[in-house]
Design a protein around this ligand. Structure first.
Ligand SMILES: [Zn+2]
Length: 139
């Protein structure tokens, strides 16, 4: 269960492509890392076990973005149509940053910290290459 090639950005994307969210749990201090890491950021232990996560969590912080990158502009976002990114406190005890969907980015004052969220796996295509992108929406 602890072969190091499981703990790469590529393997995390591999899980996303299967519509799964995965992290690594340190067997020494039980710190959870998402995306998975080969070395524990807390105790520097190397005994890491891959763990599939529920995808549930709560909103810890967010921002509404209206000055967007070229890639996001191509998706139709901009000054008139902002989008949201947030930090999600996962039920299993780690945090991850991801785009927020199915929430109104033009009314950030109505979005509440602590809102229950669920992972949403979005199909995207860039330059003919399909991949699944992680986002979170209301549970
Ligand atoms: Zn550790």
């Amino acid at each position: 269960m602890t072969t190091s090639n499981e703990f790469t950005v590529g393997s995390f994307q591999g899980f996303l492509d299967q519509r799964k969210l995965a992290g690594s749990r340190c067997e020494q201090c039980s710190e959870l890392s998402v995306p998975p890491r080969a070395i524990c950021p807390k105790c520097h232990g190397t005994q890491m076990a891959l763990e599939e996560l529920s995808g549930r969590g709560t909103l810890a912080g967010f921002t509404s973005i209206s000055i967007v990158s070229t890639a996001m502009a191509q998706e139709g976002f901009g000054r008139e149509k902002p989008y949201l990114t947030g930090v999600i406190e996962l039920t299993e005890g780690s945090r991850i940053a991801a785009r927020l969907v199915e929430m109104d980015a033009t009314k950030p004052q109505e979005i509440k910290i602590g809102t229950s969220l669920q992972a949403v796996f979005q199909d995207t295509e860039h330059g003919g290459q399909k991949r699944v992108v992680l986002a979170f929406g209301p549970a």
